[in-house]
Design a protein around this ligand. Structure first.
Ligand SMILES: [Zn+2]
Length: 594
């Protein structure tokens, strides 16, 4: 009997080999936990010990005792779930934080009347701003207006009781709606020409309708008062608190600009930073004209802001560059670059007749030669490119550019990422693995909703089947990372991860959004959790120190109120984080106190 127990103990030990350094007691121990480690060699454990911000033990309960000293804080989780902190591989934290403080349409599916009522209520609350101050409205889920296909224009806003100029931004960020006062201030008339990479929607007389796509927005948005550094600092603080609340311990700001880097640097300097902050320094479309200067600017941002090797306590990292290769496939923008044309309606609105069209969307925003040249320059400088690619044409252009870069730079450890990839041509699936390119997926899009279902007319039934191809990419061996894209959508990491598994909308969504999206198999729960931990750590080039619970890594971990591996999949959306630790320090705590 004793022999048998000893055998079992030895067998257990061999599952968790020599991960113990017990000379000095740990600062913190969690035991009696169900632990998902994100370490494929040792996927589960029961206890973890932390000292000086790092993990010093992961393994069975039986091995943690030597780490417990008089000063060790011991938490018995009674079977509670613990995992690595979430890493959000693509979001916009400063914009997210700023939006927490403005007039917001909250990403809701609205009728035109509801849309007007909400904006009127913002105007009514700020009557002291009449007649001249701008009203900025955020988080408009334009693609989900009800009934489907309903149009909005400046007239929608002109009927509101105000003289103020108004700009309403769609949550996808690619469209904005301006009222007549705003258009007049921006001097947009029938004579205005579409800027490169932008479109001014026009009525039958050629007058602007008020809808502005992509770079055409800047005629208006450049007139808006800029947030002050104080506004930005407050936004950064609000953003990191909201992220820690959801269990996020590292992020990549996917359009890292100096104001965001400044705000988070200020938090770091004052010792208030509670998240590992990475920035992808933005290369603007116009900079494609001078690849060397574009790379030099990213390097200059790195030299100015990057704080060097990561430490248990959070710092600022600039090791990525961001490039937009196209817009969005969603109607009505259809600024995603496609390999085969969007279909078009040759009938009427009431009696539509959808046929093969001619438009492939815009040309890829960076032509092939300068794009490859920029990637090679970035690679030589040790900077990973992060490319916005929504349509399959943009995806292919990015893969081609990476292929050229790989040829030029051989086996250098460069980790290119393609954000969104809402549609990928099937022949390109294997290239992600072959070229070492990571898809960074905004998983909450992988469900039936206005933006996705609205594509059927423009894409046709065959392409509809393969939109949001997460499962197909995984099956082709791609290493998928998660990126919420907040505030393009509301910050709801666990809903996004749920959709990554189920490809369903919320059970409370309108009936037309029930069921699964397309015929993609989706992702396993383990793949989804890895995408938001170790595989996103890989994207951020910090998988040597974060992303999994392993001895020596930083103690970035979260305690959840339920086990996302065993609860009904729909229930993953309801996961609540009870405690978030960053480098061993508690940065969010909602543990029930008794
Ligand atoms: Zn984004």
């Amino acid at each position: 009997m004793t022999k048998h127990i000893l055998f079992c103990f030895l067998a257990l030990l061999s599952l968790f080999p020599a991960q113990a350094y017990a000379e000095t007691p740990a600062d913190r121990v969690f035991r009696n936990a169900v632990i998902f480690t994100s370490d494929s060699a040792h996927p589960s454990a029961e206890a973890v010990a932390i000292r000086d911000g790092r993990i010093v033990y992961v393994g069975p309960n039986s091995g943690v005792a030597p780490f417990i000293g008089r000063a060790t804080k011991v938490t018995d989780l009674h079977g509670g779930f613990l995992m690595s902190g979430l890493i959000d591989g693509h979001l916009h934290p400063l914009q997210g934080g700023l939006k927490m403080q403005t007039c917001s349409l909250d990403y809701e599916s609205l009728t035109v009347e509801e849309f007007q009522r909400k904006i009127q209520s913002c105007l009514d609350k700020t009557k002291n701003q009449e007649p001249g101050a701008w009203l900025e409205v955020e988080s408009w889920f334009q693609e989900s207006m009800r009934p489907a296909g309903v149009k909005t224009s400046r007239a929608t806003l002109d009927s509101l009781k105000t003289s103020r100029p108004i700009l309403v931004r769609s949550s996808f960020g690619h469209t904005a709606l301006a009222n007549s006062r705003a258009l007049a201030l921006a001097k947009l008339t029938s004579a205005s020409v579409d800027p490169p990479g932008g479109k001014i929607w026009r009525d039958a007389d050629g007058d602007p309708t008020g809808l502005l796509e992509d770079s055409a927005q800047s005629a208006v948005s450049s007139l808006l008062p800029k947030p002050t550094p104080q506004d930005e600092l407050a936004a950064a603080k609000a953003a990191q608190a909201a992220l820690n609340h959801q269990g996020v311990t590292s992020f990549l700001d996917a359009s890292g600009a100096p104001p965001s880097m400044d705000a988070f640097t200020a938090l770091q300097t004052s010792g208030e930073l509670t998240i590992r902050a990475h920035f992808a320094s933005l290369i603007e479309v116009e900079q494609g004209a001078n690849p060397a200067a574009a790379v030099a600017q990213v390097v200059a941002n790195r030299d100015k802001y990057d704080q060097g090797a990561l430490k248990p306590q959070p710092t600022i990292t600039v090791r990525n560059a961001k490039l937009f290769l196209d817009g969005v496939i969603a109607a009505p923008a259809m600024t995603g670059t496609m390999i085969e044309p969007y279909r078009m309606n040759t009938g009427t609105e009431n009696a539509p007749r959808w046929v093969a069209g001619k438009s492939l969307g815009p040309d890829v925003y960076f032509p092939a030669a300068p794009l490859a040249e920029i990637l090679i320059g970035l690679g030589r400088a040790g900077i990973d490119p992060h490319m916005h690619t929504d349509g399959d044409g943009a995806v292919r252009a990015a893969l081609d550019a990476v292929a050229t870069m790989r040829k030029a730079l051989g086996s250098a450890d460069i980790r290119p990422a393609l954000a969104h990839t809402e549609i990928v041509h099937p022949t390109d699936f294997p290239r992600f693995r072959q070229l070492g390119v990571q898809p960074v997926l905004s998983m909450q899009w992988e469900k039936p909703a206005g933006d996705t279902l609205g594509l059927v007319d423009y894409f046709g039934p065959e392409r509809m089947k393969i939109i949001e191809p997460s499962g197909r990419l995984a099956a082709a061996g791609a290493r998928i990372a998660f990126g919420s894209d907040w505030p393009v959508d509301a910050l709801d990491e666990w809903f996004a991860l749920k959709v990554g598994v189920t490809r369903t909308n919320s059970p409370s969504a309108p009936a037309e959004y029930h069921g699964r999206l397309g015929d993609d198999p989706g992702l396993s729960r383990q793949t989804v959790l890895r995408a938001a931990t170790i595989d996103a750590a890989y994207e951020l080039h910090q998988d040597d120190v974060t992303g999994s619970l392993q001895v020596g890594k930083f103690a970035d971990l979260i305690v959840l109120d339920r086990n996302p591996l065993t609860i009904p999949a729909e229930d993953i959306a309801n996961v609540h984080v009870l405690e978030t630790l960053l480098g061993g320090r508690t940065v969010f705590d909602a543990t029930p106190k008794n």
